[in-house]
Design a protein around this ligand. Sequence first.
Ligand code: ZN
Length: 229
Amino acid sequence: MIKRTCYMCGQPKTSVEHVPPRCLFPQTKDLPKGVNLRKQLITVPSCDLHNSQKSKDDEYLLYTLLLNIPNNQTAENHFFKKALRGIERNSSLIEGITKMNMPVTAVDNVTGEVHRTIAVKIDEKRLHSSLQSIGYALYYHHFGKPWSGTVQAYPHFLIHLTEPDARDLNAPNERMQQCTELLMEQCERFGDNPEVFCYQLAEGNDSVDMIMYLRIYEGSRATLMFKNG
Ligand SMILES: [Zn+2]
């Protein structure tokens, strides 16, 4: 089936959009010989409006993700190769991301390792909008029609570090991540480059219609809640 209408609004398509953004996937020239992390990238048709809205936030999403502690080696290599080139080109972006930073100690809640790092103030609205777009686009890709309800994004990799009550503030997010992990345990993982990205789907309950779980660079995870009306 050739899809001719925008994944968001149903207007005629004018371009094709990668989901998640292609900049997350390292190029072959930056990888060891024979390694390809751009196998069968997912694309959706898009109109001009939704294409430009989404691409504005793509690079921001990349840098936000690359600054996370629990990512895998792919993310680390990607940061030093591609991302540092991007920083030279676009130094205002990285300044914007790291301006509000302070040294802290963080505990990796998967391995229990303690890291000295910097806490970075994230533009949450921008990050949420980027993850929501990914949700709408993946829904279209998976089911072949736009999602007409709402998508709520819960990025589990965003944690409070500097507030005195950080532990309490992080608790609901941690609980939700544990529940989603349990729910998704037996669910199929979709995506041909799982080192970079994969997603899972589960049916919802009374209050949520569908739940999607994103794993980016394995360690950066987010729950998306799809609700009707
Ligand atoms: Zn559109």
